[in-house]
Design a protein around this ligand. Structure first.
Ligand code: DAH
Length: 357
């Protein structure tokens, strides 16, 4: 056996004998480190004759490769051993109770979302969606709000940076653009709700820059105001879980409906609590009306054949009313104490059969 073979045997034995990561590292440093045996031997190549170097160089290089591979293989084996040992000693007792402080809750807005979808689903409505970053066309123009219309200012719109072609996108200021997208995408009859996030530059006790709305749209050949009133009444009874609800339809104005109505529900205060459906006080909860012919035309629907109604409601607002939550801003502050107080159990999904709240 020549010197290199002997050395190789020694080095590989040392590597194989390393019982843990630190001793393997020590073996690596001794063999391959700056002052290790192999680099030291390589330094000696410079003093050899060209013939000797030609013969010794490749021998040393291949020795270095084999030692490097052996170290890598041993490192893998040690890792696996360590994992095996950990798996053998660590156990998880799945019968232990869940840590109480780790409990998560469903946010009241999400819960109300699910309640509303349940109720309208039962009335035959499908759920439609649209993007948060919207084109001016869908958010305003197609909804009969032309560029010079004062409603554009009232919306406190968040605009995105202008593009080279002069257009700029907006964060949708209401869920109404989903009406347009739905009518362009499908033929009547249409019966949809569109719940989702909306954005306006406004903040006080009852306004936050991001809030939630739900849009409703029904388009058919004979749809009329009576249907709108019935649907809203059925919704309010189911949502507020009362047998009777007092509603008031007030003439109003929206560019996208004609006629337009704002809807109030009757309530009474009782020891700091709000009782919906009784009493002589009124709370505004939504805007609605018959879809304006200009909106139908912009959406490719023939107004001579089809008509329908639409409504838009603040989801956070009806959540505040139903669950007696006084300040809207707290909804989005992610305060764990608030979430624990107003949140819902994750297993408590609202269903009409099982109860909503
Ligand atoms: N988009 C209106 C808003 O955000 C709400 C609204 C009113 C929607 C009347 C409608 C409607 O669909 O018919 O203030």
């Amino acid at each position: 056996m020549n010197r290199i073979d002997t050395l190789e045997r020694e080095l590989l034995d040392g590597i194989a004998a390393a019982a843990d990561e630190p001793s393997l590292e020590a073996a690596r440093v001794a063999a391959l480190g700056k002052k290790g045996v192999i680099p030291e031997l390589m330094k000696g190549l410079g003093a050899m004759t060209p013939e000797e170097r030609k013969q010794q160089g490749p021998l040393l290089n291949s020795l270095k490769d084999r030692v490097t591979d052996a170290i890598a293989a041993r490192r893998e084996a040690l890792k696996e051993q360590a994992l095996e040992a950990r798996l053998a000693t660590e156990t998880v007792d799945v019968t232990l109770p869940v840590r109480p402080e780790a409990r998560g809750t469903i946010h009241p807005v999400r819960h109300v979302y699910d309640e509303v979808i349940q109720i309208f689903g039962d009335l035959g409505f499908a759920v439609a969606e649209g993007p948060h970053i919207e084109d001016d066309f869908y958010n305003f123009t197609a909804l009969n709000i032309p560029p010079e219309h004062p409603a554009r200012q009232e919306h406190d719109t968040f605009y995105l940076r202008e593009k080279p072609d002069g257009t700029r996108k907006v964060l949708r200021t209401h869920t109404s653009p989903v009406q347009i997208r739905t009518m362009l995408a499908q033929e009547p009859p249409i019966r949809i709700i569109a719940p989702g996030r909306t954005f306006r530059s406004d903040s006080d006790q009852t306004h936050t820059p991001m809030f939630h709305q739900i849009e409703g749209l029904v388009i058919d050949e004979t749809t009329h105001l009576g249907h709108l009133k019935w649907v809203l009444e059925e919704f309010c009874k189911a949502f507020f879980e009362v047998d009777k609800v007092k509603m008031r339809f007030r003439a109003s104005h929206f560019p996208f409906t004609e006629p337009s109505m704002e809807v109030d529900i009757g309530y009474r205060r009782e020891g700091g609590q709000i009782r919906i459906g009784e009493g002589d006080s009124w709370l505004e909860i939504l805007g609605s009306g018959m879809v304006h012919p200009n909106v139908l035309i912009a959406s490719g629907v023939d107004p001579a054949r089809y008509q329908g109604f639409a409504f838009g409601m603040g989801l956070d607002r009806i959540a505040m009313l139903k669950y007696g939550i006084p300040d809207l801003r707290a909804f989005f502050e992610a305060d764990l104490r608030w979430l624990r107080h107003y949140g819902f159990s994750a297993l408590d999904l609202p269903t009409l059969a099982g109860g909503l709240s």
